[in-house]
Design a protein around this ligand. Structure first.
Ligand code: NAD
Ligand code: MG
Length: 348
């Protein structure tokens, strides 16, 4: 039984304002949740207390535990501390694993949210006890709704980061995590490690009437996406974007406009920085580097509209139709923004 949000507020209020808080000062909004999370990262005891009042999402060797909420949609299972304790005991664990939980956020009902990898236990027994199923993130990510997909992706990325950063790169000594799991410190030097994402620029280039999409040979047949590339050390967003477009298709872009960003967990944590950019029609001749891309081409608004109708990969015919990244991907958002802009131009 998940407690009422009022009782969950207690750790949050106490932590923010100490034992003597006044309700008038208390704001249960976004600001207080962000400050609460920040405090938990800095205060191990408070984090341990929040864990006992929080919600925990289970993983098994980086694979999330989900529940089917309707045929097409899955949800992560938010378990309370005592529920996880009971499941661990039923699966032969003494429950000490719980303190390995990692802080991932705070729900709008003010429950601190954690993830825990139970990789050493039997996944079938865990799944049965929780009435859920472990599903690989590459599939689960596109079946999760709303804010739950990024939360599950963040949890998996943090669990993976801890698994591959157990030793200090400079001294070779073990690193120790804090209770929240927001950092690891070398046990013999003063080096502190923080979870990292790799910055990636992704850009939809337009020549005013068409947009430019490309595909790598590793992409599923028929899938085209916006051009993307990892930022090199020391580069600005704009420099990386100009370099990547020049490298991949031989164009020099102008008018770079920031759109949005996204944490993209595949294959490792990329921090997608999405932009629009333009080239003049007179300078839109592509010169594709086929070492980087299998293909790149200009698409008219009509072709984009057709490609957006193509749901699943059309394996029926020998030459698959063009299809586009799903709505969870920031490339999809860029394409939709470009299309809306074309519509508004057409109606002007
Ligand atoms: N969410 C989306 O809509 C979307 C769309 C397209 C690509 N992406 C992601 O963007 C990322 C970059 O795309 P790309 O493959 O075209 O990149 P890219 O054009 O830079 O080419 C990949 C090359 O970058 C180098 N590289 C790999 N990891 C790196 C790192 N962490 N830092 C610096 N260089 C690295 C390697 O040499 C690799 O071969 C990929 O992870 C891809 O999954 C996301
Ligand atoms: Mg690229």
């Amino acid at each position: 039984m998940i407690q009422s949000s009022m009782s969950a507020l207690r750790p949050l209020r106490t932590l923010l304002f100490g034992e003597h808080y006044s309700l008038t000062r208390f704001c249960s909004g976004f600001v207080s949740r962000m400050r609460y999370i920040n405090r938990l990262k800095e205060n191990d005891a408070a984090c341990l207390s929040a864990l006992q009042n929080g919600h925990i999402f289970l993983f098994h060797r980086l694979i999330p535990l989900l529940q089917c909420s309707d045929p097409e949609t899955f949800r992560p299972i938010a378990l309370t501390y005592s529920e996880v304790q009971s499941v661990l005991h039923k699966c032969g664990s003494d429950g000490s694993l719980l303190k390995e939980s990692i802080l991932i956020g705070c729900s709008e009902q003010n429950h601190a949210q954690f993830c825990l990898d139970v990789g050493e236990l039997d996944p079938a027994a865990i799944a049965q006890n929780c009435k859920g199923t472990f599903m690989d993130l590459r599939k689960a990510f596109f079946l999760l709704e709303g804010a739950e997909a990024p939360l599950v992706a963040k949890a998996q990325a943090l669990l993976q980061w801890h698994q591959i950063n157990r030793f200090c790169g400079a001294t070779g000594q073990l690193t120790q995590r804090n209770q929240a799991g927001s950092q690891r410190a070398c046990s013999s030097s003063s080096i502190v490690y923080y979870p990292k994402m790799s910055p990636v620029v992704i850009v939809l280039v337009s020549d005013g009437k068409r947009c430019l999409l490309g595909r790598q040979s590793s992409f599923p047949r028929g899938l085209y996406s916006a051009l993307a590339g990892f930022c090199d050390m020391g580069e600005t967003l704009e420099e990386a974007l100009r370099r990547e477009v020049a490298e991949e298709v031989g164009l020099e872009v102008q008018n770079i406009i920031y759109s949005s960003s996204q944490h993209w967990p595949f294959p490792h944590s990329s921090f997608m920085l999405a932009c629009h950019a333009t080239v003049s029609p007179a300078h839109s001749q592509l010169n594709v580097d086929h070492l980087e891309l299998e293909d790149a081409r200009w698409f008219t608004e009509e072709e984009i509209t057709c490609a957006l109708q193509v749901k699943a990969p059309p394996w029926r015919d020998h030459r698959p139709a063009v299809w586009l990244p799903p709505k969870h991907a920031v490339a999809h958002r860029l394409i939709m923004e470009w299309r809306e802009q074309q519509h508004s131009q057409d109606t002007e």
